[in-house]
Design a protein around this ligand. Structure first.
Ligand code: SF4
Length: 336
């Protein structure tokens, strides 16, 4: 049965995630049952065409797993990944392969993500060769050169190998590879965290320019709230596999409601020393608990200075506290 893609409307967003859950089975010993790691639970959000949704949280919070579930690189246990209203989790592999040209990814470690035995031209052309075999060799080469120029690489570099490039240049190759199929959405999974700070800004600016030029929608994953804020329209804060808060970048930065968001913000540098001194520091206590055995009730409670008895007993629902703004905390009204 063929599926005719509907136009994007307010009712049908480009991407809608419904009740997503993902667990992993962790083997222990031969005679014991495997452990279950719940990486994601009760995940619901939408992404509108043309927006950048940032996903932020500490290492191990499930953000990369979420990116891979969106792209169907790993299958969720439960829930829906609705792309223009069509549930990608129900597609057969051939149907999903055709969708892949619309949904691409940029990886964290640019050099590690490039095949060292392939030239830059071959690397960038690879998704096009796989997903669009109808495109001729001449046209493919022309598109590779166009993409190299778009990301700031010289066309004469086309026959070089990845080891001849710096980290920043390698990430430009990764971006060109993601763009070559003319995708509608790109998941950027920690795209600058392996780069020097000076290069990070160049790559972030490049992504913003390309987003406008190619009409892209981005899901931008990072552990660094200052990086996410730089590029995102809205930001989703994940903690141990659950959504803690979802708000616009401005709301989150000026008026964070969830204690975890507040703590993450204290790690964001403020250039003005006076404002930095006035900031109400809410340091994060302790380490993130194991997702194999997460705390009962609110998963953040073991590190939250506002925790009360109810927090250990009842999972806080994700409440809409104003239009489109979501918070999962029993005490958000009392916390300032
Ligand atoms: Fe802290 Fe309780 Fe709110 Fe969780 S629900 S963030 S433990 S106050």
């Amino acid at each position: 049965m063929s599926f005719v893609e509907p136009a994007v409307t307010a009712e049908i967003p480009l991407l809608k995630i419904e009740n997503l859950k993902k667990t992993f089975s962790i083997p222990t010993s031969l005679f014991r049952r495997p452990l279950t790691l719940t990486a994601l639970e009760d995940i619901n959000f939408t992404v509108q065409k043309g927006e950048t949704l940032g996903i932020v949280g500490e290492s191990g919070c499930g953000k990369s797993t979420l990116g891979r579930c969106i792209l169907q690189l790993i299958a969720p246990d439960e829930g829906k990944v609705l792309w223009l209203g069509q549930d990608l989790t129900e597609l057969r592999s051939e149907e999903m392969r055709r969708k892949r040209q619309d949904l691409q990814i940029i990886f964290q470690d640019p050099l590690a993500s490039l095949n060292p035995r392939m030239t830059v031209g071959e690397i960038i052309a690879d998704p096009l060769k796989t997903l669009r075999p109808d495109v001729s060799r001449t046209e493919r080469r022309a598109r590779v050169i166009r993409m190299m120029e778009a990301v700031g690489l010289l066309p004469e570099m086309i026959n070089r190998y990845p080891h001849e490039f710096s980290g920043g240049q390698a990430q430009r190759i990764g971006i060109a590879r993601a763009l070559i199929t003319e995708p509608k959405l790109i998941v950027c999974d920690e795209p600058v965290s392996a780069l020097d700070v000076s290069i990070q800004a160049q790559i972030l600016n490049l992504l913003s320019e390309l987003k406008d030029e190619f009409g892209l929608t981005l899901v931008f994953i990072s552990h660094d709230l200052s990086v996410v804020r730089h590029v995102s329209d809205r930001i989703l804060v994940l903690y141990l596999g659950r959504i803690a808060e979802l708000a616009t970048g401005e709301q989150l930065y000026t008026d964070p409601k969830h204690p975890y968001t507040q703590a993450l913000l204290t790690a964001v540098p403020i250039p003005d020393p006076k404002k930095a001194r006035e900031r109400n520091i809410v340091a994060l206590m302790g380490e993130i608990p194991s997702p194999i055995n997460p705390p009962s009730g609110c998963r953040f409670r073991t590190r939250c200075r506002y925790a009360i008895t109810k927090c250990a007993e009842v999972i806080p629902p994700l409440e809409e506290i104003s239009t489109g703004r979501l918070v999962a905390c029993h005490r958000w009204k009392e916390i300032d």
